[in-house]
Design a protein. Structure first.
Length: 435
């Protein structure tokens, strides 16, 4: 029998919205994460001038962050389930702050590689931790909406970060752009230290809101399942493959879009930074309005929660195939239109993908499933910039790089259809507790 998601009345009053402050806190953290990540994508010309970095080497530099990021995803899931969001995130934010400052003082390519590897370790827990925090702070019906707060910040970080950091780079140099993100990260660490608590430890959380948060949480705490048991579940495999295909396109655009606009479409560097913000702003709006508000609105109106999420997930992925159209574009307006359609659709679907671990997993395994999901994501994030660097170097075109992304997306859509299926718990509560 299909799982039925029960909707409980939300608490009212200004003192009963503590959970949304946590959603904003997570969103600010991811926003700063993506300032760190796009910093390198705008620095190709500067690094070529200072260190002689070519296209292929730049592709490896773009992917270096993801090597360590991917390698720690599975252990990070276990660490989160063992030590919780608060402690894990505090250490994580400190490490990524150090990495940004280290990049700003790099004197050689090996040093720069090392700073990017450290950044991957520091930011590795960010998305699994945010996903787990949402599972602790929000009832099931609100988790996709809450997830859109931090996942849309990834797009907003690119929309704001590329033009702003690009202007900083052109005005005072690439080292200062990295130092700026390091300073922002330290400020965020102080803010997170003060604000974040688990629901049971937060003195400002009202009893009414506490009861609402736990209204869809099983009374018994389910013990964590092993990684082997989780990986063998079709739903886990389905969301991992599907979300991996999304992340391939995301990282292709995150890392190469400024270079694509400047080299393939012959736009000057300043305007390529400014134009890059257009599809990312569109993506932010799509994610908040469709992946966030619309899904929550339809579920509150009584529509089948799994069907609503499945529909947005699959339609958004289908729009992502617009990357195929960008392969044949010869002007900036046409290219930006296709890219905006692609990343806008994928962004609308992204909150569903990130909320899946908290919707299908036993409570004690949410961090582990999030780690498995993000491990798949980061394999794509490693391959996308490196493979694109080789393809562009040998073909002198982005056409085949976009074709490859569209093929992977088609595979991801099939994985969502055939393996993930309905977005509901993998086990009923009694089975999960006895597992």
């Amino acid at each position: 029998m299909a799982f039925q998601e029960h909707i409980h009345p939300a608490p009212t009053g200004k003192h009963s919205r503590r959970r949304w402050r946590i959603a904003w806190l997570l969103g600010i953290g991811v926003l700063i994460n993506y300032f760190d990540r796009v910093n390198l994508s705008i620095a190709q010309a500067a690094l070529h001038r200072d260190f002689g970095v070519g296209t292929i080497l730049f592709g490896y530099l773009l992917g270096a962050y993801n090597w360590t990021y991917a390698s720690i995803q599975l252990p990070v899931g276990i660490i989160l389930d063992r030590f919780g969001v608060k402690l894990t995130s505090r250490v994580s934010i400190f490490l990524w702050s150090v990495a940004s400052f280290a990049a700003s003082v790099s004197r050689s390519i090996p040093w720069f590689f090392a700073s990017r590897l450290l950044l991957g370790i520091g930011e590795g827990p960010s998305f699994p931790a945010s996903s787990k925090a949402v599972s602790r702070w929000f009832p099931r019906a609100e988790r996709t909406t809450a997830t859109s707060f931090f996942d849309s910040a990834a797009k907003l970080g690119s929309a704001i970060g590329v033009p702003v950091l690009g202007v900083v780079l052109l005005a005072i140099g690439w080292r200062w752009s990295f130092a700026l993100t390091g300073a922002l990260s330290l400020l965020y660490l102080a803010y997170f230290w003060v604000v974040y608590r688990e629901p049971e430890d937060d003195p400002h959380l009202t009893e009414e809101e506490r009861a609402y948060i736990h209204s869809s949480t099983p009374a018994a705490e389910q013990p964590p399942l092993s990684l082997v048991a989780l990986v063998r579940q079709p739903k886990v495999l389905g969301v991992s493959i599907g979300f991996g295909s999304y992340n391939y396109v995301f990282y292709l655009l995150l890392t190469w879009l400024p270079s694509y606009l400047s080299t393939a479409l012959h736009i000057d560097l300043l305007h390529s930074f400014l134009y890059t913000g257009v599809p990312w702003l569109f993506a932010t709006v799509c994610e908040l309005s469709i992946g966030g508000w619309l899904i929550g609105h339809l579920i509150r109106r009584g529509h089948d929660s799994s069907r609503v999420r499945q529909t947005v997930l699959l339609c958004g992925m289908a729009c992502g195939l617009g990357i195929f159209g960008a392969a044949g574009a010869h002007t900036a307006p046409v290219a930006l239109a296709w890219i905006s359609l692609s990343i806008g659709g994928l962004s609308a679907a992204a909150p569903v993908g990130w909320s899946v671990p908290s919707l299908i997993s036993p409570r004690g395994s949410v961090g582990s499933v999030g780690g498995i999901l993000n491990f798949s994501n980061q394999i794509s994030a490693i391959v996308a910039p490196v493979l694109t660097g080789y393809v562009v170097a040998f073909t002198h075109s982005f056409r085949w790089a976009f074709f490859a992304a569209a093929i992977y997306l088609a595979i991801g859509i099939l994985a969502y259809l055939l393996l993930l299926g309905r977005i509901e718990p993998m086990f009923d509560e009694d089975a999960a507790v006895g597992a």
